[in-house]
Write a protein that binds this ligand. Structure first.
Ligand code: MN
Length: 389
């Protein structure tokens, strides 16, 4: 008999959440939806709940509770409001796996609540590890709450590590380079939101798509990899691979390199995290090497993509600095999406915030929350100074 897994999705209406539901729909014999949560998208949450019939749903925006409850209560689906409920229900006894797929720092508290109940965490929310890596790593061990990566690069590395018992020499973190890889630095000033939101290979949410355009995404992922695989930054090489066919690689002590390869489709790493350690069928595009003909690689340009340099700076400084950097990035990206600042202002706002934010060398969880608040306030002020005329 096949063991059926009960899934809680934190952030079911986002890009990862909707693709996870597509995976679940392809395997009704394997997965059951236990909990769906959404921030504001009540319409889609209702639609998803009617189709997947979870035990409960959470609408984080309390103003939308009545609307959701009116639709779902008659179907015997329990409806809750507020982000605190999301964490509490994700830790519920019927849940086997929690897919942590909220956007940004807001995913931290509900993910930690589920971890305290010893849940398996399928982690798509990289900001959780960037902001609170030491705390999350410790919690994972203490509460017997394993973290399975969903981010495609980290899933690739995780897959390459299966069955290996020897020392890893190096991780090779691939990056597409985003839409502006070939654009001259002098032209960055004129980048529009529409251009930045068009990723050449991956279908993703707005936040991570802008992060890919600035390449902050790779900085966040370097830190994510460092925490997940217990590797120092010196042993993580970022390599640009514009085709996004190799999703990342691991180099071992004999010089051998293993890669995980496939079409760029987030459903592959999502499904692997949900079915791990098993690998199950998926209806997705198969790649043909004869058609692709060549795969190319180049070193990243950290002068042009200053966000990568800032991420290394934050990593080196340690403590709460990655959290400050992450908070500033969230504000800068939102300001850019809302036409408040230019593309080139994003790294400036982040750097300015990192300089001004109070440094805490060994942050506890309260310090992390305080840092996020402080960094976001500073970044907001810096965005105001750069306000487009
Ligand atoms: Mn990624």
């Amino acid at each position: 008999m096949v063991f059926k897994r009960h899934i809680a999705i934190l952030g079911s209406t986002g890009s990862i959440g909707t693709q996870a539901l597509d995976v679940i729909a392809q395997h009704p014999d394997r997965f059951e939806t236990e909990l769906l949560t959404a921030n504001n998208n009540s319409k889609l949450l209702i639609e998803q709940a009617k189709k997947f019939r979870p035990n409960s749903v959470v609408i984080c925006n309390k103003d939308l509770y009545d609307e959701v409850n009116k639709e779902l209560d008659p179907l015997d689906i329990k409806v809750f409001a507020g982000i605190e409920s999301a964490g509490e229900l994700a830790g519920g006894k019927n849940v086997d796996i929690v897919l942590s797929a909220m956007v940004g720092f807001s995913g931290l508290a509900p993910t930690m609540a589920a971890m305290r109940k010893g849940k398996v965490i399928a982690l798509a929310n990289k900001e959780t590890l960037v902001a609170a890596g030491s705390i999350i790593s410790k919690l994972s061990g203490e509460c017997n709450s394993p973290i399975i990566p969903v981010d495609s690069e980290h899933s690739a590395i995780f897959q390459c590590l299966q069955g290996e018992k020897t020392q890893v020499e190096k991780l090779l973190l691939t990056a597409s380079g985003g839409p502006f890889r070939e654009l001259k630095a002098a032209d960055f000033e004129h980048i529009t939101k529409e251009q930045a939101l068009k990723h050449p290979n991956w279908h993703m949410g707005a936040k991570v798509t802008i992060d890919s355009a600035t390449m902050m995404n790779k900085g966040l992922e370097m830190m994510e990899a460092s925490w997940l695989f217990n590797m120092p930054a010196e042993k993580i090489e970022i390599i640009i691979h514009p085709q996004s066919i190799i999703h990342s690689m691991v180099q071992f002590c004999d010089g051998s390199i293993k890669a995980q390869i496939g079409a760029p489709d987030m459903r592959v790493p999502i499904q692997y995290a949900l079915s791990y350690p098993e690998r199950i069928a998926l209806n997705t595009r198969r790649i043909s090497f004869a058609e692709i003909k060549q795969l190319t690689f180049e070193a990243p340009d950290t002068d042009k993509f200053h966000c990568i340099a800032l991420a290394y700076k934050a990593y080196k400084k340690g403590g709460n600095m990655p959290c400050a950097m992450n908070g500033a990035n969230e504000i800068a990206v939102a300001a850019f999406i809302n036409d408040k600042i230019n593309f080139t202002d994003i790294p400036k706002v982040i750097e300015g915030t990192m300089e001004k934010c109070t440094f805490v060398p060994a942050p506890q969880i309260e310090d992390i929350y305080a840092t996020d608040t402080e960094a976001k306030k500073i970044a907001g002020e810096l965005c105001g100074e750069k306000l487009k005329a």
